[in-house]
Design a protein around this ligand. Structure first.
Ligand code: ISL
Length: 536
């Protein structure tokens, strides 16, 4: 497999609206990102993934775009965005943008024109279908609605939306749409960005004939349909291959076999992907299942494609809460999870705040939650007559707002995030968990991340090494080797609240990094993580 800059990168995800607010409107902004670039540079990350900041009515936090060529007022303006790109590059880092082209906002001029009449030239920029016996064209639901179809009285047809009513799906069968998207992609690439994170990119192709499904709740029918690879190979031919960039596809429902079709080095489609066999399909920690997933993806992509490693993002609850221990062993657990993400095969992603061990949140009222997905689901379930309290408790753990509360910079008011009223409440534990505290504590999660990232930079074995799980079906310990050209490393992780004995191979070994700063050999302490170099 050939070596490239993006395979060796550590990516930091900036959810700008919750990152740093410099104008006191309660939303983070691009100027706020600029002011924290030295912090990110010091951490050691190479690439910044910026969530969407394009003009938008902002119903789905920027994933409902009304103008691909301008910047949302809350975030700033094009001049500030260009300054951000310049400052990122000045520090030797790279910037990838979020590309949201499965759908637009219903406020996008294209949709306003398309929905104005059946005969408008842009009518089939979107997916319009006649009612069937006065009902929606089929029984598909969407991620955020009971039906994937909304009826438009004016023109007497339904339009399709894989997400909210306000997020109509683009019709990728329409060559004009595809050319418009490729033109927009070149606009941003020609400004000098270093790639894209492609939002639900496997949903672009819809099932032929839009047939009913026997599993409306499963949503699988929305993705990986025939034609998707033709679109992505055309996108590669028309745009991507002309630039030295990184592309990472967000691909729900994908398996390793399918994944290779998207990111195989000979496929001329995308460079790498996010799969969701953990984040979407594994509600809580299951070590044996996690190991099986890791081994299956390693074997599936080995020497042909590049995976990503992450356990949280702006859509998924913070990892130390969901998959670790955010109480007594919060710091040890945060460091253990980081060790895993940064030493398993694939590009590691750091979601803002993860590097200081930020946790999920619990608000007491649905009114405190802003996420359209959670609020729509709450209404949908309560409208069925279910007890609102039961529904609320059910939705809490996986609410996307768990990971969207503002970044904790200090123990000042609003965690130093804003001088105004934050768009979403700050997690009350900011007094204890914040960057200022982390920087003053040599044993903090922050400095552990910094060491981990530095270790990866200095040792190609972490990027290109073979992987071998040596812990089998042990329910607590995950131990695996990474090997490259004679160099062999061993990672040992005790994902458990108790001490646990695990026989470490007796080969000669040097401890390179541990979250306990010393080594008790085969006796692994709660949430202990160790990286050894076994031999030169
Ligand atoms: O949020 C999820 C489950 O909690 C994910 O399934 C997510 O909805 C899905 O992966 C698609 O996410 C992407 O597209 C959405 C947007 O709301 C998400 O923020 C984005 O990451 C629509 O653009």
């Amino acid at each position: 497999m050939n070596k490239t800059w993006w395979k060796e990168a550590v990516v930091y995800q900036v959810y700008w609206r919750s990152f740093n607010d410099t104008d006191g409107d309660g939303y983070g902004d691009l100027q706020g990102v600029i002011e924290k670039l030295d912090y990110l540079k010091e951490l050691g990350v190479d690439v910044i993934w910026l969530n969407p900041c394009y003009e938008s009515p902002d119903l789905d936090n920027g994933y409902d775009i009304s103008n691909y060529y301008s910047i949302m007022n809350k975030a700033g303006d094009m001049e500030t965005w260009e300054m951000l790109l310049e400052e990122v590059h000045a520090r030797g880092m790279k910037l990838i943008m979020d590309l949201v082209v499965n759908h637009t906002s219903n406020q996008h001029p294209w949709f306003i024109e398309s929905s104005s009449s059946r005969d408008h030239p842009k009518r089939d920029y979107y997916i319009w279908k006649d009612p069937v016996n006065g009902q929606p064209p089929n029984n598909w639901r969407s991620y955020f609605e009971p039906s994937a179809w909304t009826y438009d009285e004016r023109t007497g047809q339904y339009y399709m939306h894989s997400f909210a009513v306000e997020q109509p799906d683009l019709n990728w069968e329409n060559k004009e749409v595809r050319q418009e998207i490729y033109k927009m992609m070149r606009f941003w690439l020609d400004k000098g960005i270093d790639g894209f994170r492609l939002d639900v990119i496997n949903l672009l192709a819809k099932q032929e004939g839009f047939p009913n499904t026997d599993d409306p709740e499963g949503l699988h029918y929305l993705g990986n349909n025939p034609g998707i690879h033709d679109y992505l190979q055309e996108m590669n031919r028309e745009v991507l291959r002309d630039y030295d960039i990184m592309t990472v596809g967000e691909i729900p429902f994908v398996t390793p076999e399918d994944g290779l079709l998207y990111v195989g080095e000979g496929r001329q489609e995308l460079h790498t992907l996010f799969h969701f066999e953990v984040a979407d399909d594994m509600p809580s920690w299951d070590m044996v299942r996690y190991k099986e997933i890791q081994s299956r993806w390693y074997e599936g992509l080995k020497n042909q494609g590049t995976n990503s490693q992450f356990l949280n993002n702006h859509d998924h609850t913070r990892q130390v809460t969901r998959y670790g221990n955010d109480g007594r062993y919060r710091e040890e657990s945060a460091k253990l999870l980081a060790t895993m993400i940064h030493t398993l095969p694939g590009i590691p992603y750091v979601y803002q705040g993860e590097e200081i061990g930020m946790t999920g949140v619990r608000f007491d009222s649905i009114e405190d939650y802003q996420d359209i997905a959670m609020r729509n689901k709450y209404e949908e379930e309560v409208e069925k007559g279910r007890d609102p309290e039961v529904v609320f408790e059910e939705l809490l753990p996986l609410s996307r707002d768990n990971s969207r509360t503002p970044m904790h910079w200090s123990d000042d008011d609003q965690a130093g995030f804003t001088t105004g009223t934050p768009w979403i409440k700050v997690n009350p534990n900011y007094k204890e968990i914040n960057v200022k505290q982390a920087l003053s504590d040599e044993n903090s999660v922050y400095y552990y991340y910094k060491e981990l990232i530095q270790l990866r930079k200095e040792h190609p074995v972490m990027v290109y090494g073979d992987y071998q799980d040596i812990s089998g079906d042990d329910p607590y310990v995950y131990a695996y080797t990474r090997s490259l050209e004679g160099e062999k490393w061993l990672v040992v992780l005790n994902h458990c609240d108790d001490s646990y004995r695990f026989e470490i191979p007796s080969e000669s070994r040097t401890l390179l990094l541990s979250n306990y700063r010393d080594d008790h050999g085969d006796v692994l302490r709660p949430h202990e993580a160790k990286i050894y170099k076994l031999r030169d």
